[in-house]
Design a protein. Structure first.
Length: 229
């Protein structure tokens, strides 16, 4: 007799839970990420000027050491802020994914677990989270007026550009040896930080919008019956 237990696996039931608290925590974390990015950009401007002077043979009287320490500190605080915010954001993202399943149990192309693992698994993290976010967005939209995807798509575009440019810039900075190479790498990192500021700001908008959409849909109650007035 064949064991079909795995074929009949049923996910735990979904129930509505307020995403507001987790959303506020995620927004606060994203605000810190923006602040650390701006700090890194300011430190990058200082380091850029110092390496420019070094390339021209100027005497710096300790400015090079100060610029290097400042930029290293900026990198550390950026990493801490990013990791902390990632945890908060993933908790919120999973919460709104479960809520979306209550609104529309059949409108999701990926299982709940991918709301977290989709961000962590290499390669698929370039498109899975966007697909999941769009499913959440669709399920959370008003019953009679689906919301367009412009905000989600714009956020995701900036996030991918920030991710890829940041990796390339970090590699260039690690390999840089001459003053010119360091200066060019710092310029790339500053570009990545600027894009990340925009991506984080758009992420804040996504969090706030989805929270409002889910709150409004919860108040609206079940979907109206077909043909009802």
């Amino acid at each position: 007799m064949t064991d079909n237990r795995h074929d009949h696996f049923i996910a735990p039931p979904a129930w509505l839970q307020s995403p507001v608290g987790l959303g506020r925590a995620a927004v606060a974390g994203l605000g810190v990420v923006i602040a650390t990015d701006l700090f890194a950009m300011a430190a990058g401007v200082f380091l850029y000027d110092v390496t420019d002077d070094l390339a021209n043979g100027a005497l710096l009287d300790g400015r090079a050491e100060l610029a290097d320490r400042l930029y290293s500190t900026a990198g550390i605080v950026q990493t801490v802020a990013l990791l902390t915010t990632a945890v908060l954001f993933l908790c919120w993202f999973h919460r709104v994914r479960v809520n979306a399943e209550v609104f529309d149990p059949y409108g999701h192309g990926k299982k709940r677990g991918w709301a977290v693992w989709g961000w962590l698994v290499p390669v698929v993290n370039l498109w899975y989270p966007r697909r999941i976010a769009l499913d959440i967005w669709n399920a959370s939209s008003p019953w009679s007026a689906p919301r367009p995807h412009g905000l989600v798509n714009t956020w995701w575009t900036f996030w991918i550009v920030s991710l890829l440019s940041g990796r390339a810039a970090s590699t260039a900075y690690r390999k840089a040896e001459s003053a010119d190479e360091i200066r060019d790498a710092v310029g790339q990192l500053m570009f990545s930080d600027a894009v990340d500021v925009v991506a984080a700001a758009l992420a804040v908008a996504v969090v706030l919008r989805l929270n409002r959409m889910q709150y409004a849909k919860a108040l609206a109650g079940p979907a109206p019956a077909p043909g009802s007035a």
